[in-house]
Design a protein around this ligand. Structure first.
Ligand code: HEC
Ligand code: HEC
Length: 163
């Protein structure tokens, strides 16, 4: 009798886990439908918290989520934010330029981002294939995998980037 109980408990736990999507997958499906799901490493924890608490008015759109999804995604973003311990070298540089007194909601308006992108002629940004600097994956062909090296850059109607 006891054995059966243990077995069925293990089975139901396994089934529960299988039914649960990983936080990262949930983030990508919920926050990657209108634009690429930006890597959480690009902004500090306080930025994500502010953004997740203002989703009804998200850059003039409504990106609100149900309570459970919001909780899981917020925790994923905070755990992997730019000021968390999980951050690698290149993202650390990105974050070191964000003033402690500011809470940016746009990656594309942070200092290091602007510095890295200032040499791109405007017509290659505002063209219809790119639209705005928020469309990372229009130029960084592996952005969705978190790869931003020069080798993976290809700007539409311009080509490879040679610094
Ligand atoms: C209904 C569509 C929609 C959904 C869903 C959505 N966003 Fe956005 N998001 C936008 C729009 C529109 C912009 C502004 C883009 C622009 O200016 O080109 C934006 C911009 C952003 C930016 C700033 C990009 C930059 O320029 O640096 C971040 C960060 C962001 N969203 C995070 C999220 C997160 C996190 C979620 C999930 C909770 C999410 N978004 C879900 C529409 C959406
Ligand atoms: C119009 C094309 C374009 C768009 C859109 C774009 N980038 Fe870039 N990005 C570039 C170019 C060009 C460089 C400069 C490469 C260099 O000089 O080393 C660059 C550099 C970078 C770097 C530095 C890479 C390194 O090796 O130091 C990062 C990180 C980066 N971009 C992230 C982003 C993110 C995140 C977004 C979206 C929010 C984005 N970019 C949108 C073209 C673009």
């Amino acid at each position: 009798m006891k054995k059966v109980w243990i077995f069925s408990t293990i089975l139901s736990i396994t089934l529960l886990q299988a039914a649960q999507v990983s936080p990262k997958k949930l983030y990508i499906s919920e926050c990657g439908s209108c634009h690429m799901a930006y890597q959480p490493q690009f902004l500090p924890k306080r930025s994500w918290l502010k953004m997740m608490n203002t989703l009804e008015d998200h850059f003039k759109t409504d990106a609100s989520l149900d309570k459970d999804d919001k909780k899981i995604i917020t925790s994923y973003l905070v755990k992997n934010s730019g000021d968390s311990k999980r951050v690698y070298k290149e993202f650390r540089k990105f974050n070191s330029y964000i003033s402690k007194n500011s809470t940016p909601l746009r990656i594309s308006e942070t200092y290091y981002f602007k510095k890295e992108h200032r040499k791109i002629p405007k017509r290659f940004i505002y063209q219809k294939e790119v639209k705005s600097l928020s469309n990372c994956n229009a130029c960084h062909t592996k952005a969705e995998k978190g790869i931003y090296s020069e080798r993976t850059l290809f700007i539409p109607n311009y080509g490879r980037w040679d610094d």
